[in-house]
Ligand binder design. Structure first.
Ligand SMILES: [Zn+2]
Length: 301
């Protein structure tokens, strides 16, 4: 056997013998947490994102493919605050994976890391309010993302101790870039302060609060209740007295009610990506905010 060939055999034997470092299997419920997990875990993460930016995160089905993916997950990253109440509990129980059940380190909720808006004084589910635990759409405030990133990196370090330093290093790097970008967005967004807008669902409330936009109305009579004809005509009346600059709609939502109101009130519809992948250009968290700011700023021009 020549020398090169024997070296090759030796290498092959060594590769077969050395155990490959096990990746951290991450199951992200929504694209924003998939994008954040990717930033923090880097190549160490084996990432699966359960939904796309064009799916309504309130209405996902516990499909067998999701259950199969959850079976091998080390870490599930969800929004929480009951956003996934219609599908995730079923995915968790059907997966038979003890590591990702509620209350274990393998189950991480982003909403639990921040202060929620719209926490109801009194819950009346008969009214169809699907935000009974408070507003779960926390990812459109950069301060929330920073807080969640820190907590998520610590959770990864806890689950994968040999790589703990790597997660913390990546978090530091991400938070540095995020803080710089946040300052830029804050500056750009100053032109939007006080702008009255109509929303479809209360999924932009954190964004509105951060930028100081005014919610002049919502197409849904209550979070989760579809726009009704009587509610829309009432909204149209109130807009005549107190006009708004734009109707904001997330990419995943039904366009019809926004279109109707736009035509009758002569206010433009602005489609926002809402999350990573909601529009073509919103490819990661930074691009999501860039695209969102740019779309809003067009209204002021
Ligand atoms: Zn919602």
């Amino acid at each position: 056997m020549n020398r090169a060939l024997s070296l090759l055999f030796a290498l092959a034997a060594w590769l077969a013998a050395a155990p490959a470092p096990a990746a951290l299997n991450i199951f992200a419920c929504e694209p924003e947490w998939g994008a954040l997990a990717k930033e923090l875990a880097g190549p160490r993460g084996n990432l699966y994102v359960a939904t796309t930016g064009l799916q309504d995160p309130h209405r996902i089905e516990a499909r067998p493919s999701l259950i199969a993916r959850a079976r091998s997950a080390d870490l599930v990253v969800c929004t929480g605050a009951e956003l996934e109440i219609g599908w995730m509990p079923l995915v968790q129980s059907q997966s038979g994976n003890a590591k990702i059940q509620r209350g274990t380190p393998g189950y991480f909720e982003a909403a639990a890391q921040v202060t929620l808006m719209d926490v109801p004084q009194r819950v009346d589910r008969s009214q169809g309010d699907i935000h009974a635990a408070g507003n779960p759409h926390v990812h459109l405030d950069p301060a929330n993302i920073a807080r969640i990133a820190g907590a998520l990196a610590e959770r990864m370090a806890q689950l994968d101790p040999p790589e703990a330093a790597q997660y913390r290093e990546r978090a530091k790097d991400f938070l540095g870039r995020w803080s710089e970008a946040s300052a830029r967005w804050q500056k750009q967004g100053a032109a939007l302060k006080g702008m009255p807008v109509v929303v479809y669902h209360r999924d932009l409330s954190y964004l509105l609060r951060w930028l100081g936009l005014q919610e002049a109305g919502s197409l849904e009579p209550k979070p989760g209740l579809p726009p009704s004809a009587s509610h829309l005509s009432g909204l149209l009346e109130s807009l005549k007295a107190k006009p708004a600059k734009a109707i904001l709609r997330s990419a995943y939502s039904d366009p019809r009610a926004a279109q109707w109101l736009s035509e009758h009130a002569s206010i433009p519809v602005v489609v926002l990506p809402y999350t990573v992948g909601g529009t073509d250009k919103a490819g990661d968290l930074f691009a999501l905010y860039d695209v969102t700011l740019a779309s809003l700023l067009k209204v002021t021009q």
